[in-house]
Write a protein that binds this ligand. Structure first.
Ligand code: ATP
Ligand code: MG
Length: 802
């Protein structure tokens, strides 16, 4: 690869390129992508070939070339990736924070949330105000339920999730309720259209949007409002997009409108990178044609491929390649690495999920202690925990793994960034904060109006709702007018008044100005937790301590305060398109700047709403990461274990629907494999508990598609842990070829008759007899489980005496 002459857009000689820290350790094609700074650039390249690295370098390079940072925007797939990219750019530019002031590195959803806030008033979106709330799926479900109720549709015939996914699919294709209704022909879609319209109305009344709205409304705003579009295009003249293969229709439109068509003389500076083989979000509307059509969309685009893989060893790459070749709908790309060696990929067939977890824990322990770390570029000693990860297809598979790691005392983190914010106490506290930021947010208001209990029952709430609907005022406004509402007891009225006064106290009646308003976001959060009565309520629960969860709730609330404090410390308004600070002239958002506390609160609530599972990946914690395959996109680990390679799990049962869905599952498997740098273990359990029942599984078809050359299959699915010939991995001829690199025979010497041994699963036992040879077996009498015959090379025996 290095023989490509470095591209010299800026007239640099190859020699100076070699000395340039931003360019020196890039391949020719990578340099091309970095230095081709004007005009559209498309990088289509395989996993681990340096696409993300190229984007990061390109950003630093642009800044160094004198392009104002505020005119550069990079869009990544997760907040975590965005944060990493930003700090990497800073590092590359010698950590001078001023050098990157105003640089926008964000996700599509965050960008849209901020653009909508900034331009809410200009955008002509009926009912949308800058303080809108972003509803998560639970909020959406409760809203849809209310809409179904009022339309007299039963939730059992019209499951909210199903209805919502139809609405979501429509929004991702940029079809709003009106467009949906216009196309609805049959009873089913006409009904969905009706619910869609009701749902939209309810969202707008609550001054709320859902995730899909963020994209849909922004796309519409950029399309319809030339002033907003012009302002954005003038600001961001350099657009960079990672993981472009996973953009959906709405994101494609947004990217195209932001890039524009250039200024007449020059085409737009849009640089996208992606890999069609890693497209894993078609089920959420991602459209691979966005990347495939790039050249058509931008004629004259510079197209660059990066052939070399820098991440994985040859066996891992080869296994990935063999698998993905089974996809028919693809254009082949060669994957190659120049690094020699590397151990083979291990496929282990195990008995059940506990056995699977034990095997992985054992393997990780061995890697950590350094026993298994081999190869030319293996680090000294063992592999740190943070460089290991377990991937699974669905979150349900994490529990048994977690138990095993906990029991073994190995630090682990589950990449479920959303989990914290799904806890009851956190949702309650956030609901208060959302009402503070947006009093029209009815879903949040209904959540907290009687939490903690303040004597406001269903009949009171009903009366307020009816009043609000009749008077055409938001629910919170109706609460203010409670004295006028008939059918409310005097006690309830007093209680409502106190509630309203409390909320008003935090915001100084909604002005967020003057005395009595907290100085900082963290103070506000603390006050809200106290003065709402939540703290007292959970203190009482903790005293009664019915469960561990109850006892933890106060700690979690403290943690929320800390998270607000950290957010406040790290918040950089200059990188927030909602507070456009540069260039001069665009200083204040239309409608005037909101009070600082309110804009901080909005930004905080927004960050909480847009948190993703992958955001919880934090190598600095020094722990093994457990995560879904989807969340693993873009990451890399020294050692990876992929579990649950069984039909119905991976490929997921959803794949039965179509060949396209099956190919997407295969790509997902490919994404998992290509995260591994040096060690990859893939497991499949013979039995797995499904809904409380132990079921016999069918091994994933993907196992058979991994090729035989670079894998070692170890069948331990029999309780005797005997070596079986398997359909896809029968032992090749010759003594030890299919066995792990450890020679088998010395093992029989290591465990002489009469020695005491420990087996990870069967416990302590005594060796009764040994059958030496390539597949040396030992007959062992275990204290707890009786006599078993084990193939020594396939079991992890430890001699403990005798
Ligand atoms: P994915 O498709 O999985 O997102 P990618 O194409 O974005 O992968 P990167 O994550 O950018 O690939 O790079 C993969 C690994 O290779 C990283 O560890 C990166 O630092 C390293 N790498 C990339 N290019 C080079 C290079 N020219 N020299 C040395 N290492 C490199
Ligand atoms: Mg990448």
């Amino acid at each position: 690869m290095e023989e490509h002459a470095p591209h010299s857009t800026d007239g640099m000689s190859p020699a100076s390129t070699e000395a340039d820290p931003l360019l020196a350790d890039l391949t020719g094609p990578q340099r091309d992508a970095v230095m081709h700074t004007e005009g559209p650039v498309l990088v289509v390249a395989a996993a681990g070939s340096g696409k993300t690295r190229t984007i990061t370098r390109r950003m630093a390079y642009l800044v160094r070339c004198g392009i104002p940072p505020w005119s550069i925007m990079a869009l990544t797939f997760t907040n975590k990736a965005a944060a990493e990219m930003r700090s990497r750019v800073m590092e590359l530019l010698n950590a001078d924070p001023r050098a990157t002031r105003g640089l926008t590195v964000t996700t599509f959803h965050s960008l849209c949330a901020r653009l909508l806030r900034r331009y809410a008033d200009l955008a002509g979106l009926p009912g949308l105000k800058a303080d809108f709330t972003i509803y998560d799926s639970a909020d959406q479900a409760s809203l849809v339920k209310r809409v179904l109720e009022s339309a007299q549709l039963s939730a059992s015939n019209w499951p909210p999730r199903t209805v919502l996914s139809a609405i979501s699919a429509a929004k991702n294709e940029l079809r709003d309720a009106g467009a949906y209704a216009a196309q609805a022909g049959d009873f089913y879609s006409k009904t969905i259209a009706r619910v869609y319209a009701g749902y939209e109305k309810a969202l707008r009344a609550a001054n709320a949007v859902d995730f899909d709205d963020l994209l849909l409304l922004t796309a519409r705003m950029l399309k319809e409002n030339a002033a907003v579009r012009g302002e954005c295009q003038r600001r961001w003249q350099y657009l960079l997009i990672d993981e472009y293969q996973d953009t959906n229709r709405a994101q494609f439109v947004i990217a195209s409108l932001l890039a524009g068509t250039g200024d007449g003389r020059r085409p737009p500076n849009i640089c996208v990178v992606g890999d069609p083989d890693q497209s894993i979000y078609a089920w959420r509307g991602a459209d691979i044609s966005n990347i495939l059509d790039f050249e058509r969309q931008y004629p004259g685009a510079r197209v660059i491929t990066l052939g070399e893989n820098f991440r994985s060893t040859a066996p891992i790459l080869s296994v990935a390649d063999t698998l993905i070749r089974n996809n028919k709908q693809r254009k082949h790309k060669d994957l190659f690495t120049r690094r020699p060696g590397g151990e083979r990929v291990q496929i282990v067939l195990c008995q059940n999920e506990q056995h699977e977890a034990t095997l992985i824990v054992d393997r990780f322990k061995a890697l950590h202690s350094g026993v298994e770390e081999r190869g030319e570029d293996a680090p000294e000693g063992g592999l740190p925990w943070r460089e290991m990860a377990v991937f699974y297809r669905t979150n349900a598979l994490s529990r048994v793994m977690e138990d095993a790691f906990r029991a073994a005392g190995i630090p682990y983190v589950i990449a479920r960034g959303t989990a914290f914010f799904e806890r009851e106490e956190i949702k309650n506290a956030l609901a208060y904060l959302r009402v503070v930021a947006n009093p029209a947010d009815e879903v949040s208001l209904l959540r907290i109006i009687n939490t903690p209990a303040r004597g406001l029952g269903d009949s009171t709430i009903n009366a307020v709702e009816v009043y609000a609907a009749h008077a055409g005022v938001p629910f919170f406004e109706a609460l203010r007018q409670a004295p006028r509402i008939v059918g409310i007891s005097a006690r309830a009225r007093g209680s409502i008044q106190r509630f309203v006064e409390t909320v008003d106290g935090w915001t100084a009646g909604g002005s967020f100005m003057g005395e009595g308003v907290s100085a900082s976001l963290a103070d506000l959060v603390e006050r809200v937790i106290k003065e709402s009565g939540l703290e007292k309520m959970y203190q009482a629960q903790a005293k009664a301590a019915r469960s561990e969860t109850d006892a933890e709730r106060l700690d979690n609330l403290d943690e929320l305060v800390s998270s607000a404090r950290q957010f406040e410390l790290e918040y950089d308004p200059t990188g927030d398109p909602a507070n456009d600070v540069e260039p001069a002239g665009a200083g204040v958002p239309p409608g005037g700047a909101p009070p600082p506390l309110l804009s901080l609160l909005r930004a905080y609530l927004e960050s909480v709403s847009l948190v993703a599972d992958a955001d919880a990946v934090d190598p600095s914690q020094g722990a093994v990461t457990l995560m879904t395959l989807h969340a693993a996109k873009g990451l890399e680990f020294g050692a990876v274990a992929m579990i649950g390679l069984e039909e119905g799990l991976l490929p997921h049962s959803r794949a039965r629907e179509s060949d396209a869905a099956l190919e997407e599952e295969r790509r997902l498997c490919f994404v998992g494999i290509t995260r591994a740098m040096r060690h990859l273990q893939i497991t499949s359990a013979k039995y797995r508990t499904h809904r409380g029942l132990m079921e016999r599984t069918i091994p994933s078809r993907f196992l058979g598609e991994l090729g035989r050359q670079h894998v070692i299959v170890s069948d331990q699915s029999d309780a005797l842990a005997d070596l079986e010939e398997t359909e896809w991995g029968s032992r090749p001829a010759g003594p030890d070829r299919a066995l792990p690199a450890r020679a088998a025979s010395p093992l029989s010497v290591k465990f002489p008759i009469g020695s005491l041994v420990r087996h990870p699963q069967f416990g302590v036992g005594k060796v009764l007899s040994i059958t030496p040879g390539a597949n040396a077996r030992a007959q062992i009498n275990f204290r707890d489980v009786g006599t078993k015959t084990l193939v020594l090379s396939m079991t992890r025996l430890e001699r403990i005496g005798g």
